[in-house]
Write a protein that binds this ligand. Structure first.
Ligand SMILES: Cc1ncc(C[n+]2csc(CCOP(=O)(O)OP(=O)(O)O)c2C)c(N)n1
Length: 631
């Protein structure tokens, strides 16, 4: 660990405030170094936190958190905030079981004003807090939303701004513009932000505004009317530029250099005196201060472990001998299918790298679309493509699809459109924690009429499902698969059409039937290897489809077995096991059924293995359930 002169004495924002403005430069340096030191060994998000070091220091120097509220959007950039607010010494436990959460959490600290993980919520939440403060007469309270240019592409951010413009609350929105999402940021807004950053007249206006602000203190009690006068003049110039934020009734300030901590302090201090909703446009560099991260911001968004001196990453070395990631099988298979079926198009809301849609984007740029962090739009956009005869593969992480539920129902399912939803990161994802686990999708997709709900156990079946889904008139089709690798190194199998609603027998047995859905079913082989030694014979069925269920197979199973275990990497309530139970009740079987899956609670962060264990469906947990049933 490096030597820290200041940081080790800062246990709260109060401690930070004891230092002189000039010392903040050194403190920022130390904070940046501390993030590098710890995240190189305890991996997590990286480049985003480095980019907002100065902004974080300035915010905590100027504002009075936790009374004043700082709301981080997404929250993957809030490591500096955590370190300055009493969590420096526990920061090495970040994202580990029982340790700090990788995102702000209201259960973790009073300084974390709002729980986050999904993007574009900060403005609405902060506005709620600001309006609440007004209602309670806390007129001195400041509420600040810090939102990135990527997160700003989400519709919810616009809904928040639109509403903020008519509420006369003390809301400050800080737009942290680094011109990046995880991948390069996209869309009209991104271009607009670039334009106003470089526009000469804007910079002139900016100068005038800051000249005015510089004079605020000198004018004492008459400041308000003075500013108003000047501002009206300035504003008319701004309006001529049709500033999108001004048009929504937010006062726009900036753009300013987000790495000049002293200037940021001055600006934020000045903005404190300006009432009403306002937006400060701050320019930063993602990965600032760590060369590799500055040069490859996408990789260094969340790089895994690395050597902080050489910048070498310690991941992916044995890729060749392992089975591929489901994501890469998805990307490559989509290209294969798209080569033959010209109607196929690919859609991703801001996750080209994470989902491997990138492979399609490279091969067929004109037939693939990164639509920004806009899941709802991604679904309805897909519906539009489908209604006109295209064959969209809309790839959305299971957890983020939660936002687009109505679009799935209203825009796709009711109209029976041929849209394939590839739900990535289905199941427990591990260290990203409660906000990111994809645990609800089997349950929420299952209740939608017309929807086919499938989950492959392995890579060849992912390919088969994708192949089947793009055949004519299959209607809405969802395919969910987990984060990470499968089990089939030679995954490039010939694709076959599957019969929809047909499962498969993996193994016959005499004592207990295990019915699994999806890749979690691969654990059953290990379970079998253990139990066979104790003369316990399990039968294993990979059901492939949650909907329609394979009723023929279920009839055979329930006639043969009075002990049945269902296994899913998803919520127990309403999921696959519930569907099997419903079938059993409706068909007058009365076998003993144990449903294994996620109990009715939010699961925190840890490794996937640790979390399976906690939920009772790792190999040990499944073995125990089998034995318990046989007692
Ligand atoms: C609803 C939702 N969709 C996708 C994501 C995945 N995601 C996390 S951070 C991020 C990019 C955010 O970009 P920006 O707000 O500009 O922050 P930066 O990392 O550039 O600082 C994305 C797409 C998410 N967290 N929430």
């Amino acid at each position: 660990m490096s030597d820290y002169k200041f940081l080790h004495k800062i246990n709260s924002p109060e401690d930070l405030k004891k230092y002189k403005n000039e010392e903040l430069i050194e403190i920022s340096k130390e904070l940046r170094q501390y993030i590098i030191d710890v995240v190189s060994e305890s991996p997590g998000h990286f480049a985003s936190s480095l980019g907002v070091v100065e902004l974080t220091v300035a915010l905590h120097y100027v504002f009075n958190s936790p009374y004043d509220k700082i709301v981080w959007d997404v929250g993957h950039q809030a490591y500096g905030h955590k370190i300055l607010t009493g969590r420096r010494d526990s920061f090495h436990t970040n994202r580990k079981l029982g340790g700090l959460c990788g995102f702000p959490s209201v259960f973790e600290s009073e300084y974390d004003a709002f729980g986050v993980g999904h993007s574009s919520t900060s403005i609405s939440a902060a506005l709620g807090m600001a309006v609440s403060a007004c209602l309670k007469g806390e007129n001195d309270k400041h509420v600040i939303a810090v939102i990135g240019d990527g997160a700003m592409t989400g519709g919810l951010a616009f809904e928040g701004m639109n509403n903020a413009g008519v509420e006369n609350s003390n809301l400050l929105i800080i737009l942290n513009d680094n011109n990046m999402s995880i991948d390069p940021n996209v869309g009209g807004l991104n271009q607009y932000l670039l334009d106003i950053t470089t526009s000469k007249s804007y910079n002139k206006v900016k100068k005038e505004v800051w000249d005015v602000l510089g004079k605020i203190r000198k004018f004492g009690p008459n400041t308000r009317s003075f500013i108003q006068k000047i501002e009206n003049g300035v504003k008319s110039v701004i309006m001529k530029q049709s500033n999108i934020f001004e048009a929504m009734n937010l006062r726009y300030f900036g753009p300013v250099n987000g790495h000049d901590v002293n200037q940021l302090v001055k600006i934020l201090d000045d903005l404190k005196d300006i009432k009403g909703p306002k937006l400060l446009h701050v320019l930063t560099k993602k990965g600032k201060g760590f060369e590799n991260a500055e040069n490859d911001q996408t990789t260094w968004h969340a790089p895994g472990k690395f050597d902080k001196d050489t910048g070498e990453r310690f991941v992916g070395k044995s890729d060749k001998i392992l089975a591929p990631k489901f994501q890469d099988v998805f990307g490559n298979t989509l290209v294969e299918l798209a080569e033959k079926n010209k109607k196929i198009v690919g859609i991703t809301p801001a996750m080209p790298s994470g989902s491997s849609m990138k492979i399609m984007m490279e091969k067929f740029p004109e037939r693939s679309f990164d639509v920004g962090i806009a899941e709802q739009h991604a679904v309805t956009f897909s519906a539009g493509l489908a209604v006109d005869g295209m064959m969209p593969f809309c790839n959305i992480y299971s957890t983020f699809m939660q936002r687009a539920f109505d679009q799935v129902v209203h825009d796709v399912a009711i109209q029976k459109l041929n849209v394939v939803f590839c739900l990535d990161r289905g199941g427990l994802v591990g260290d990203d924690g409660a906000t990111h686990h994809g645990t609800l999708d089997l349950a929420y997709m299952r209740i939608v009429p017309n929807m086919i709900v499938a989950a492959p156990m392995d890579e060849p079946d992912l390919r088969n499902m994708m192949y089947t889904a793009q055949l004519p008139n299959k209607g809405p089709f969802s395919i969910r698969y987990p984060r990470g690798r499968g089990v089939t190194p030679n995954w490039k199998t010939e694709m076959q059409e599957l019969i929809i609603g047909k499962g498969r027998v993996i193994k016959e047995g005499k004592d207990v039937a295990i019915l699994s859905i999806g890749a979690i079913g691969n654990l059953v082989k290990e379970v079998d290897n253990i139990l066979i030694k104790e003369d316990i014979g399990i039968a294993h069925y990979d059901m492939r489809f949650v909907k329609p269920l394979d009723e023929e197979l279920l009839n055979i199973i329930f006639k043969k077995f009075d002990k049945v275990i269902t296994l899913e990497d998803g919520v127990i309530q309403g999921g696959f096991g519930s569907a099997v139970l419903e079938f059993m009740m409706e068909n007058d079987y009365n076998s003993k059924v144990k449903r294994l899956g996620i109990p009715d609670q939010f699961i925190e962060h840890g490794t996937q293995q640790e979390l399976y264990h906690i939920c009772g469906y790792d190999v040990e947990g499944i073995c125990n359930s089998v034995k318990k049933m046989l007692k």
